[in-house]
Design a protein. Sequence first.
Length: 153
Amino acid sequence: MTLTRRQFFSLALATPAVIALAPRAMAATPEVYADGGIAVDGADVVAYFTHGSPVQGNKAITRDYLGATWLFSSEVNRDLFAADPAAYAPQYGGYCAYAVSQGYTAPTVPEAWSIVDDKLYLNFSIRVRRRWERDILGHIMAADANWPSVLAG
């Protein structure tokens, strides 16, 4: 194959960009959905269980877990989480449970949540949560089968 001078220079200019982007394209999805390093958009995951609703965490009351920073509304909640993070952390790393059931990951919002069998599940939106609720047990079975292989993305 013979390259013209224009093709050669175009290729030479594009190569650094391809090299720079390649590691990002091949990188696996992080184990926990943490926008800006903060899990669950800063919601206190213990509060879902103790208050029955999302409560915004305090940036001064945190705990690191699975490579993300988790915020809590009280030191009591932080300590409960620290004693048993798996009991409070959302399933599928806080990614949208419906999306994981469909074979991919998606971000979530704290307001679109469900607790099923003492486990916290988050969804992309209230609308997606309604779709999730049409067959919760079926979606959980599918998501369990897909998790964590969907992270290899």
